[in-house]
Design a protein around this ligand. Structure first.
Ligand code: SME
Length: 157
């Protein structure tokens, strides 16, 4: 996808999400709505959703709202792409999941992914946003900047 087209779609998605979620504070409702709008908007998104820090097991992520094929239920923090984003608090941009050490293959069709840490208004990690694609090398700096900004606007204000 061309950079301009990608930026325009993110602008549309962000506008829609900011408007739909205005005044909503329930985190499950926010995550479900973000997963829905993003996966509807982008053809190259194959699995779109959240892994949430389990309040009962702080060293594990547990699957939250998502759109796509069956996801793994739990991911230890520090493992796989999601667990690495959670432990480092840094977005993971993975061009080829098959060469990422410890990648957890929930669906063998997934070939590239981006995982963005989600932090609340108190600066605490609450989840990660995981987006997978069936193509190699689907995500770039535009996805990173747009998704990081979107997570901030929806979950940290
Ligand atoms: N690929 C992820 C696992 C989650 S699924 O792809 C839905 C990972 O390695 O963290």
């Amino acid at each position: 996808m061309q950079a301009d087209q990608k930026k325009a779609l993110y602008e549309e998605a962000t506008k829609e999400l900011v408007s739909i979620t205005e005044g909503e504070t329930n985190v499950t409702a926010l995550m479900a709505t973000v997963s829905c709008i993003l996966s509807e908007k982008f053809d190259y998104y194959f699995w779109t959703g959240f892994y949430v820090v389990d309040p009962n097991k702080q060293n594990e992520l547990v699957v939250g709202p998502y759109q796509g094929t069956l996801g793994c239920l739990r991911i230890p923090i520090g493992r796989g792409v999601c667990g690495t984003a959670a432990s480092t608090l840094e977005t993971q941009l993975v061009a080829d999941v098959h060469v990422f050490p410890g990648h957890i293959a929930c669906d063998s069709r997934s070939n590239s992914e981006i995982v963005v840490p989600v932090v609340n208004a108190d600066g605490q990690l609450i989840a990660v946003l995981d987006v997978d694609s069936v193509e190699l090398n689907s995500f770039d700096e535009i996805d990173r900047v747009e998704l990081e900004t979107l997570m901030q606007r929806i979950f940290a204000q």
